[in-house]
Design a protein around this ligand. Structure first.
Ligand code: FES
Length: 517
């Protein structure tokens, strides 16, 4: 520990290190007080309330440590080697030691919540989260174990007569006079902090009295109405009225999940800040869309929240597909051959068990290839590829998914061979073309789907796998987008009901024969 201390002192007690560390602490503290003032309602999700409460408590807990080490060193030249600090925390004042351990745990929790809610809408985060969580648990646990170990070492050393006195003398530990002055510094800080907190709360109260006189009315698309004091954001108004409203980042203008379409009153709203505009541009929002957490109406507005209150963090920054847009993508349909006949002889429980295994196998194949599973109906599956990455990548992903789906179904078939009688066979159709993509549904049941001719054609290609007794039928458009030579597979022209012209397709009897994708 002493060897490590040399390195961190070299960093934190250097000029730039001091500026960075104490500058960051000061800015963090001032911003926290500003946020406490700025937010109009203290109703917030439990995670946010926990982070706030710990954050406000931490300065009061940390000051004891900072004054006892850094300030004592700076003002009185008192060195703070680990033997001196651990002797004080472990033996002379164990209550201080317990408080120091609690401070460490709370500071770590505060930081952990902050980092988690900052990163959780990054696409890579769900994969990294278990590892980060393991580190987040291990690091403070090992640190505290290190402290306990050091405490035992120091207790052992302190049994040697004269060791403690000699060590304290060598460290130039503060005497009674210096200790009294350090205590006064600590008290001064605590009183100032308390006064700052009270001032913020008083300022909130005064503002509330002023703003209460001019209330604003927010009408929601479901007919509910929130009346909030002027100065409230739309999200504040929702929270005040107890109207569920998505806010994955806690109203910090980072996630875009609180966005609303302004049905009326758009012209009366204050213009969006640059930061708000950047977030809205990132999700391709229409001009009548605003972030509820950043918009403070001055007159009555009608709004339509665009994401369900239960929106998952992963959907933050998802393109604003609720509004619908036309784009080129690959659509895949798959169906299990002879399933209806097979299900006739099975108990309902067995059918559900089997279908769930089947959906797990094909769903995993689709997701791993980069697609979005869209519909599970009976034994049929629809999946979309290339929503974000475009038709070329989407076509290749769909073909890779087809290969993995066939493998997955073969593995399932082998697994359940004793129950099935006949091996399972799947038929897959893929077409790439323009479709309208959007989040559709009602209430909490919104999901991303596509409609249009491309979907219709893909479904027809899947049906054609029965006619050709093949595992896969793909349109020429898929091969073209995927830049794949399928000329050695039989070509056909398919007629699609209610559609002019024929669709040129390639019939692939076994997906394993596909060239690499
Ligand atoms: S709640 Fe995250 S941007 Fe508004």
């Amino acid at each position: 520990m002493a060897a490590g201390r040399w390195w961190f002192l070299a960093l934190w007690r250097s000029g730039p290190g001091t500026l960075a560390l104490y500058g960051a602490i000061a800015v963090h503290g001032v911003l926290a007080l500003w946020l406490l003032y700025d937010r109009r309602t203290l109703r917030m999700p439990i995670w946010e309330a926990t982070q706030y409460a710990i954050g406000l408590l931490l300065p009061a807990l940390l000051v004891v440590h900072v004054v006892g080490t850094r300030i004592a060193w700076w003002r009185f030249g008192a060195d703070d080697p680990y033997p001196r600090i651990v002797l004080a925390l472990w033996m002379q004042a164990p209550a201080f030691g317990a408080r120091q351990a609690l401070t460490l745990a709370l500071a770590w929790l505060h930081a952990g919540i902050g980092v988690h809610y900052w990163l959780r809408f990054r696409p890579w985060y769900p994969r990294a989260a278990p590892w980060l969580f393991a580190v987040a648990l291990l690091l403070p646990t090992l640190a505290l174990l290190g402290f306990v170990n050091a405490g035992r070492d120091v207790a052992e050393l302190a049994r040697t007569p004269g060791w403690s006195d000699a060590m304290l003398r060598a460290a130039n530990a503060p005497g009674p006079v210096e200790a009294a002055r350090l205590l006064a510094i600590r008290r001064g800080f605590l009183q100032s902090y308390l006064i700052a907190l009270i001032l913020v709360l008083v300022a909130r109260g005064v503002r509330h009295l002023v703003e209460r006189r001019r209330s604003i009315r927010v009408t929601y698309s479901n007919g509910r109405i929130a009346i909030a004091p002027g100065g409230f954001t739309i999200l504040d108004a929702s929270r005040l009225a107890g109207i569920p409203h998505a806010s994955v980042c806690g109203g910090r203008g980072r996630c875009s999940t609180c966005r609303v379409r302004i049905a009326s009153g758009l012209g009366d709203l204050p213009p969006a800040s640059d930061a708000e505009r950047r977030v809205l541009a990132r999700v391709g929002a229409a001009p009548d869309v605003r972030l509820a957490c950043q918009t403070r109406p001055t007159r009555a507005v009608s709004v339509e929240p665009l994401l369900a209150p239960s929106v998952a963090p992963a959907e933050a920054f998802g393109t604003d597909t609720r509004q619908g847009r036309e784009q080129e993508l690959a659509v895949l349909f798959a169906d299990l051959r002879g399933f209806t006949r097979m299900a006739e002889n099975k108990l309902p429980y067995d059918v559900v068990f089997f279908l769930n295994r089947y959906f797990e196998a094909v769903g995993t194949a689709i997701t791993r290839a980069g697609g979005v599973t869209n519909q599970f109906t009976g034994d049929g599956v629809m999946a979309l590829f290339g929503i974000e990455s475009g038709p070329a990548v989407g076509s290749r992903q769909a073909l890779a998914a087809a290969r993995a789906m066939v493998d997955g179904v073969a593995a399932l078939s082998a697994d359940l061979a004793a129950d099935l009688g006949l091996p399972l066979r799947i038929g897959i159709g893929i077409h790439t073309g323009p479709a309208v993509v959007g989040r559709m549904g009602w209430g909490d049941s919104f999901y991303l789907t596509a409609v249009g001719d491309t979907v219709h054609v893909a479904a027809r290609l899947e049906q054609a796998t029965k006619d050709y007794d093949a595992e896969l039928v793909v349109s020429e458009a898929v091969a073209r987008h995927a830049t794949l030579d399928l000329s050695h597979f039989p070509a056909h022209n398919l007629t699609v009901h209610n559609r002019a012209g024929q669709v040129p397709v390639r019939v692939i009897d076994h997906v394993a024969n596909l060239p690499g994708v």
